[in-house]
Every structure is written in C-alpha cells, then in structure tokens.
Write a protein that binds this ligand. Sequence first.
Ligand code: C5P
Length: 239
Amino acid sequence: MPHKDRLILALDLNDPDHALEVVDKFSEWVTTFKVGLELFSTAGPEIVRKIHDREKKVFLDLKFHDIPNTVSRAAVQVARLGVSMFNLHASGGYEMMRRTRDAVVETCLKENIPRPKIIAVTVLTSISEDEFRNEMGFQHGIRTHVRHLASMANEAGLDGVVASGHEVSSIRKKHGKDFIIVTPGIRPSWSPPDDQKRTMTPRDALRNGADYLVIGRAVLAQKNPLEAIDLITLEILSS
Ligand code: C5P
C-alpha cells in the first residue's frame, strides 16, 4: 500500500472551513481524513460531502454504541454518505455488529453504492491497564479483552478493528493479513502522549502489522505541522 494511504489524519477541529483548509494543505501526504465527533457535531454530513468533492476519502469515526436496531439504521445512512470506512464499538455485542453489517451490505447492493469498510473499536487507546481493571472492573487484562472483541468482530463479518499498537501483532497472527487493523494512539518519539495511554511510534505500529495509522495531535498540534507529517512519512517509508 502506498505510504500516503496508510496515514489517516484526524480532523479534530470544530470549524468546517479550517478543516477543509487542513484537507487542502495535507492533500499531497494523505488520502483519508477522519471526521470524528467534534467536527461532525458542528458540520454534519455536509463536511463529508465537501471532503469527497476534493476527491479524498473519509473515515467517519462516530464509534456507534447502541442497540442493534439503532446502530444498523444509522449505519445505512452513513453508507449512503459514501464514506470509505466507519466504526462502531465491538462491546455493543455480536448481534449489533452482525445486523449492522447485513443492513449495510443489503443497502449497498440494492442501491448500487460502494460498501464502506466496517471497523470495530476494541478498547480505547486512552484506557490504561490500571483503569481497565480497577475502574471498569474487568478481571482479565486489556490484551485478552481486545483479542476476544476482535474475534467477535471477525465472526460478525466486520472488516477489521481499531486497536492500539500493543495488540496489533496478536490480532494479525490470529486473523490473517486481510483483517484490517487501524491504530490510533500514534506518537512519534518527539511528541507527548496527551490523554493517550497505550501509545506507539508509527514505525513500531507498522512493524507490528497495523494497516492504517490514525494521527491527530502529533501533526496538527505541532508548531510546524507540515514538518511533522514529513517526519512521520519518512518514518513510515523506513519501516
Ligand atoms: O490526537 P490523537 O492522535 O491522539 O488523536 C487520535 C484520534 O483517534 C482521535 O480523533 C480519537 O478520537 C481517535 N481514536 C482513538 N482511539 C480509538 C479510536 C479512535 O484515539 N480507539
């Protein structure tokens, strides 16, 4: 895969005009832009259309987590927007994932539209092992939980998962090369972790087997974002 297809730039911004300026500015380095809760809450579906007008792909990161009927119906609307990828929480359960997949496949076939990749969020990269056990009350570790959720997503017919760089190699080993792994919490050696706990450098995440790297603040919060993306691109090329 060309290096610019591996990078997904997170447009964690609240001004649609600024977001589109960022898309234009990084167009040479990035194929897919991530629209998440903040931007979608202010700019709505229109921002997705405007990014598509610029011939760029959109990963719609709304992390659906609700009952099967609600998520599958929302997912059909997302598919109609033409995004290349969207996500839901694997912890919403097997039925929620399966019904979402079936509804999206059926709609795309019926309406002759390309089917978006459906990706399951496993355990957020901002959660530490300590929080996972002591706040959330799990008896087992994050890695075991992520493996379990990834298997459930695979059985439900989803295309892949969002997982931290620390869990990538075991998921890759178990589910093979076609199962998509999207990795956020990416931090080059020169950038601070912020609120992310299970971070990894771009090079290590790719070496472990990640397909796509989601990058936000390591580029957009830097003094010189273009220099930051250049450094990350070089790191990707050398991995
Ligand atoms: O700025 P930073 O690179 O930490 O941003 C990561 C982006 O990836 C954010 O937009 C966040 O919502 C998203 N994300 C994440 N962890 C997940 C799924 C998505 O950090 N499990």
